[in-house]
Design a protein around this ligand. Sequence first.
Ligand SMILES: C=C(O[C@@H]1C=C(C(=O)O)C=C[C@H]1O)C(=O)O
Length: 372
Amino acid sequence: MTELEQYRAKIDELDRQMTALFEQRMDVCKRVVQYKAQNGMEILQAGREDVVLQKARNNLKDQDYGEDIEEFYRQMMKISRGIQAREMERMGVSKEEPKPAVVGFQGVAGSFSEEALLMAFAPDQPRRNYPSFEEVFVALKSGEIDYGVLPIENSSTGSINAVYDLLMKYDFYIAQEVFVPVAQHLLALPAASMEDIREVYSHEQGFEQSRAFLAQHPDWKQIPYHNTAISAQMVSQAGDVHKAAIASGRAAELYGLKILRPTINTEKHNYTRFIIVAKALQPQADANKISMVFTLPNEPGALYGVLKEFAKGDINMLKLESRPAPGKTWEYVFYADFEVAHGLSQAQPIVQALWGQGVAAKLIGAYKKQNQ
Ligand SMILES: C=C(O[C@@H]1C=C(C(=O)O)C=C[C@H]1O)C(=O)O
């Protein structure tokens, strides 16, 4: 054997051992990827790779090979990740696309809530509708939906108290707001005329918003219904020329009704503010509006003490709403919206200052203020 042949025989023997070790190592990596698949982990674990590289360097006798052993392990781990990806595929675990959020709203297609949903989300956003406000909250709690779209106040008729109370009951947060222009029309079957109408169906808010118009027709029976769009659907299905609904133009289109009298709402500048409700606080980076909830001790100057903190910060209050505290007679929960220049960073010190005064204050939203 020449000298070269002797060296090569030695290399062959070391390679045989290295290939056996390589196989053993990769078999372990396959076990690792099974664990990762079961636990929803990514294949690449950069921190672990750093540790492997460091250990390889430490195990060297001759530090001259430092760079080289790192390169060797880098390549081996790249191969290891390739094998793990193949194994993942073989197991049928494909890299899942992030699922689009499912959004819930109250009412049927054509409701103002659905219009609000379309303003805040994509036209093809997966959505579910529910018969009542509370069912939207229940669906959000159970994880059936990721967001709920709910009306919180109307520019002419004021707050929608049921939604404020549900927000507190379920301890949810406001992720976003949108303003939907509300134009109420009198809708009826295509064959109907004004003289035919005897009964009008709508949501309470639809009647409330159209008071002046309805006062001109005292003989019409007003029948409160779940929702303006459901009223339109009902009139369409009933096929009765004596029935009319107060609902949106979109509802007319969807349910094949005609607009007997357009824009019958008294206040022509009429908007409903909708909130997008989420289970957790999702503060927006460019938030310029915050919503807070606080309960106050029943003592003189309690509300003043809270508002003073905001005044000190030169923060403009946009809205203050009080609701009876559940289970406590004559005690109130306050909801307040403020306009802030610096979002969360401005809100948090105030919340802390309020806690310092013994006020149970909670930030329930930091989002972008919309203009109606
Ligand atoms: C084997 C693993 O998967 C990958 C491959 C590594 C390796 O071959 O040593 C190390 C980290 C991960 O990027 C692991 O996470 O341990």
